[in-house]
Design a protein around this ligand. Structure first.
Ligand code: ADP
Ligand code: MG
Length: 332
């Protein structure tokens, strides 16, 4: 129809071809999008690391969220799991339920997704697309040498506990959106904190180095809050820990807030996507050198103990009773 601005309806297959299939981008897959399965030629001698993470509208992000940021975050949280295992990313699949084939949304989403994929030189190799409530599930594939995985079960008494980057700004942004803060943030601070919530940077280079150089013992990425995620390492390793809460590196905006908020959101914030890892005290120089070589700040925040339980202490070593808990989707 002359003058019409209505675009032709997108079919499922047009949509995949237009927004997700990039014929000139094949790097690792022997066969990418378009057949019943993708085919990957594994690197001889390496193990494959596989992980999935799902983002659900209304649960992990607000309705109406900017699609570009969603594309970034959906892949970033998955790459963060590879980082925590010490695996090099290879490729990923995307299972997508969409309420409508909206071109503007698909354009933004695929742009955010592929910008991060290209930054790590990884390829979208397949997926599934259906109509439904907005739900984004990515599965990432990575590779690593056998015996180099940074398992949750590998922490040993006497290990140092380290954190990459800073914690708590994502949680601070969420509290700001929810009007939960005693003193609301000014608009610039809210925006700056929200960058950490919407566009986390997965610590892939650091995780890979810690694994490949045999520096770290155990690692986990911090998605549900440090205390809860460190708790997984402690449980699986059969150990305890002492955590210096006041040594936890606060995000730039959280650092301007009062002590109680800093303690709460660094220790049990969530959505940080930093690495928490353990390494023997003899590896301190190696940890700092590895982190420096990939321009990732790291901070030593505690020690693994033989005695079970997590002891929170302040800057003077005095016990803190913070009654903090981590995020749980079925109880929160
Ligand atoms: P099948 O019917 O066998 O499940 P589909 O028709 O769902 O296959 O998908 C056709 C091809 O497009 C497959 O290669 C599949 O991996 C790919 N694909 C479907 N959805 C996506 C998506 N969201 N992102 C990337 N590839 C996709
Ligand atoms: Mg399918």
């Amino acid at each position: 129809m002359a003058g019409s601005t209505i675009l032709p309806m997108l079919s499922e297959f047009d949509l995949i071809q237009e927004y997700f299939q990039r014929p000139h981008h094949a790097t690792r897959a022997a066969l990418g999008i378009g057949d019943d399965c993708a085919l990957i030629a594994p690197t001889p001698g390496l193990q494959t690391a596989i992980s999935s993470d799902m983002l659900v509208e209304g649960r992990h992000f607000f309705a109406g969220e900017d699609p570009l940021r969603l594309g970034h975050k959906a892949l970033a949280v998955n790459l963060s799991d590879l980082a925590a295992m010490g695996a090099r990313p290879v490729g990923f699949t995307l299972a997508l339920a969409l309420p409508a084939a909206d071109r503007a949304w698909l354009q933004g989403f695929s742009q955010g997704l592929f910008a991060l994929a290209d930054a790590f030189n990884i390829e979208l190799i397949g997926g599934d697309t259906t109509k439904g409530p907005l739900n984004i599930c990515i599965t990432v594939l990575g590779e690593l040498r056998p015996d180099q995985a940074l398992r949750r079960s590998a922490a040993r008494p006497g290990d140092d506990i380290w954190i990459s980057g800073t914690l708590g700004d994502a949680r601070l942004a969420l509290a700001g959106y929810r009007l939960e803060l005693p003193q609301p943030l000014d608009a610039a601070s809210q925006r700056a904190a929200a960058v950490r919530m919407h566009t986390p940077v997965p610590r892939v280079e650091l995780g890979v180095l810690l694994a490949e150089q045999g520096i770290a013992h155990a690692a986990i990425d911090i998605s549900d809050g440090l205390i809860g995620d460190l708790g997984h390492i402690l449980k699986r390793s059969g150990v305890g820990a002492t955590l210096d809460v006041d040594a936890l590196p606060a995000g730039a905006i959280l650092a301007t807030q009062d002590l109680a908020l800093r303690r709460a959101y660094t220790a049990a914030g969530g959505d940080d996507y930093e690495l928490c890892f353990t390494a023997p005290a003899s590896a301190r120089t190696a940890v700092l050198a590895a982190a420096g070589s990939v321009a990732t700040p790291v901070t030593r925040v505690g020690t693994i103990d033989a005695a079970a339980g997590l002891r929170l202490v302040d800057a003077h070593g005095a016990a803190l009773d913070l009654r903090l808990s981590s995020f749980d989707h079925f109880t929160s």
